[in-house]
Design a protein around this ligand. Structure first.
Ligand code: ADP
Ligand code: MG
Length: 262
């Protein structure tokens, strides 16, 4: 039994639980707008361990996306340090950052960001191109990722043939296909109705149960409480950092929600 669970963990994540995955020390971020400077992050300290499921909350403009972009190595802090699995990210050049993004980080965005003229399978296969694996292996990884999010039957569909929730599941499969150390999701349910949002959270809870580390940005408390830990940003600083007590199980909540009939 234990070895089965272990195999599942490897399936979704290259991590083992308990290790320190992310350490952020006194991070500041200024946006230079010529005349003025915006001080978007004002001294952020944070640690995230392997296997955590963290929700990052806060009002619009509080610095959530700026912080996620730093975690995702899409941007660099103006000052402070960021260690990802012990590596000081500030010391890396563009090429090394791109490699880290591809191998260690999975991204999910509000707008799905799928390629329109490309099937679900091809969308998910795309991040594996860097890995220089033979085509059949890449296809198998993409198929497995789509099966994990319940889309095994729709691999040949184009994004326009899929609902919003299905498109977001394709995006999650694409984020998982290289078995990242952490899944970073910025408002992933922002374009979805309530039931579909809970379906996405069900997938996140499921993946987290299998060992995947998740950081989810949301401005909605109803979404955040599905995580295990909630961090609240205000004016570029962390104001609260608390475990979630009595978090709901999305799978159970879904049973109480009406399904949309067409
Ligand atoms: P949130 O995601 O919580 O809404 P953001 O991180 O997007 O917050 O923004 C934090 C602050 O930084 C805001 O004042 C915003 O206007 C500013 N900001 C964000 N991105 C940029 C940018 N690319 N250039 C200039 N200012 C920015
Ligand atoms: Mg934002």
């Amino acid at each position: 039994m234990a070895s089965m669970v272990q195999a599942e963990v490897r399936e979704v994540s290259s991590r083992s639980e308990g290790d320190l995955l992310i350490r952020v020390e006194d991070v500041h971020k200024y946006y230079d707008l010529g005349e003025t400077k915006v001080h978007a992050l004002r001294g952020v300290d944070l640690e995230i361990g392997g296997g955590e499921f963290v929700a990052i909350m806060g009002a619009s403009g509080s610095g959530k996306s700026t912080f996620m972009n730093l975690l995702g190595c899409l941007d660099k802090p103006t000052s402070g340090r960021y260690f990802l699995e012990g590596t000081d990210v500030a010391g890396l050049d563009k090429k090394e950052l791109a490699a880290i993004r591809n191998r260690k980080l999975g991204f999910v965005f509000q707008g799905f960001n799928l390629l329109a003229r490309t099937t679900a399978l091809e969308n998910v296969e795309l991040p594996t191109l860097y890995a220089q694996l033979p085509k059949p292996e890449r296809l198998e990884l993409a198929q497995r990722a789509l099966e994990m999010v319940g889309l095994g039957e729709r691999m040949g569909h184009f994004p326009s043939q899929l609902s919003g929730g299905q498109q977001q599941r394709v995006a999650i499969a694409r984020a998982l296909v290289n078995r990242p150390s952490i899944l970073l999701a910025d408002e992933p349910t922002g374009n979805l109705d309530s039931r579909t949002s809970v379906e996405i959270l069900d997938i996140f809870q499921d993946l987290n149960d299998q060992g995947l580390t998740i950081a989810l940005v949301t401005h909605e408390p109803d979404i955040a409480h599905y995580a295990r830990r909630v961090i609240v940003f205000r004016d570029g600083k962390i104001r609260r950092d608390e475990p979630v007590l009595d978090r709901p199980r999305a799978a159970e909540v879904l049973r109480t929600l009406p399904t949309l009939e067409d």
